[in-house]
Design a protein around this ligand. Structure first.
Ligand SMILES: [Cu+2]
Length: 130
């Protein structure tokens, strides 16, 4: 249940994704990342994002510094940023603005208390104009 927006990647996006993959440590790749976006399907404007981090055994990954960068799948857009706050162990929430309808992807960076960096690219396709 990673999320319903995770679908196959376009060529450009795939290249970016692979670059991200290689930089991630093996420990980081074992982190489970679950992102939900409200409203769903997402609309142009501010969206509530909720992200949970856990290890493969399901234990919450608490105390991380989690940031999101939203970008569109075409050039010339300003990215959207969000710093998430932890509301319970391993659960991080915040607001991310989708400034235009269309296909987006979110780059998540989480710095854990033990100094690891976890990165994920999460596709958010079909953001709708109101
Ligand atoms: Cu755009």
């Amino acid at each position: 249940m990673l999320n319903r927006y995770f679908v196959s990647l376009g060529l450009c996006a795939a290249l970016l994704f692979c670059a991200g993959c290689r930089s991630a440590s093996s420990e980081a790749s074992q982190t489970e990342v679950d992102l939900t976006i409200d409203p769903s399907p997402p609309l142009v404007g501010d969206a509530d994002v909720s992200l949970t981090l856990s290890d493969v055994g399901g234990a919450a990954l608490a105390g991380a510094d989690v940031r999101l960068e939203g970008n569109m799948n075409h050039a010339g857009m300003k990215p959207s940023f969000a710093e998430l706050r932890e509301i319970e162990p391993g659960r991080y929430v915040g607001t991310l603005e989708f400034t235009m309808g269309g296909d987006w992807f979110i780059l998540m960076t989480a710095k854990t208390p033990d100094g690891k960096t976890v990165q994920r690219k999460i596709d958010v396709l079909g953001v709708k104009s109101p």
